[in-house]
Design a protein around this ligand. Structure first.
Ligand SMILES: Nc1ncnc2c1ncn2[C@@H]1O[C@H](COP(=O)(O)OP(=O)(O)O)[C@@H](O)[C@H]1O
Ligand SMILES: [Mg+2]
Length: 235
């Protein structure tokens, strides 16, 4: 899958653009992972939301596999691209774990048997089968993350967007999350300022500063450049 931004500008507060004539090409292999790095306010969340069509562009274009975003039907876009929001509580709204994982696939045109099959498979891959009947509000942060991931996995997307996935996790939660992401059969774009996590999961990265691309390339190499990291607020 390929996601291209062409001089994309998004204004949120009115004066300083959240994305400022941003141009970049993200080429994902089938299960490739790219890190989207940047300090607070650099534009990472806006970038992810723009891919989902949730932030209207003031000017410029976004293309998915060469097709302009506005030409892709919302239903199709939602099926192909899933997003893990920064706060799990913005994502999960059913009462039980099973109901939440089943919510997306129930709205696809597939049989009840296939819905059940997908839900069981997704819960198995994310290691939450034992939680199926539990109330969402009684889960830990790490468990909620895995429930969100299972709900998206059950949609069988091509691309998974993650917004600061480690923000509320302890070290064990981070380790379990990396294991789950390694098993997730889709391309991933991970917005984070957690450089250790980014380097572990993503061979390539794009660094944003003030709504534009500041640097891009091999994560391992870029993260060695202390002066550059200082300049964009990552060190
Ligand atoms: N909901 C919003 N309303 C108005 N301005 C926003 C909103 N969200 C973000 N912004 C502004 O857009 C810019 C980019 O923010 P954001 O995309 O959230 O960056 P990041 O995710 O890298 O911290 C910032 O200047 C921020 O203040
Ligand atoms: Mg953000």
């Amino acid at each position: 899958m390929k996601v291209s931004f062409r001089q994309a500008t998004v204004e949120r507060t009115g004066h300083i653009p959240a994305l400022n004539q941003l141009t970049c090409d993200l080429e994902f292999g089938a299960k490739g992972a790219i890190a989207l790095l940047g300090a607070n306010g650099a534009g990472k969340s806006t970038f992810l939301n723009a891919i989902l069509g949730l932030c209207p562009l003031k000017s410029g274009e976004i293309e998915i596999d060469g097709t302009r975003l506005q030409e892709i039907r919302t239903h199709e876009l939602r099926r192909r691209i899933g997003m893990i929001f920064q706060n799990a509580d913005d994502q999960l709204f059913s009462q039980t774990v099973y109901e939440d994982v089943a919510f997306g696939p129930t709205h696809l045109q597939i049989s009840d048997e296939e819905v059940a099959e997908r839900v069981h498979h997704a819960m198995d891959v994310m290691g939450i089968t034992a939680l199926a009947k539990r109330d969402i509000i009684r889960l830990s942060g790490g468990e909620k993350r895995r429930v969100s991931l299972a709900g998206i996995l059950a949609m069988q997307p091509d691309l998974l967007l993650l917004d600061e996935p480690t923000a509320m996790l302890d070290p064990r939660g981070c380790r379990e999350l990396s294991e789950c992401l390694n098993k997730f059969p889709a391309a991933k774009l991970i917005a984070t300022h957690d450089l250790v996590f980014a380097e572990k999961l993503c061979p390539q990265c794009v660094i944003l500063k003030d709504g534009s691309v500041f640097a891009e390339g091999k994560t391992e190499e870029l993260l060695k450049d202390e002066a550059m990291l200082m300049e964009c607020g990552l060190a």
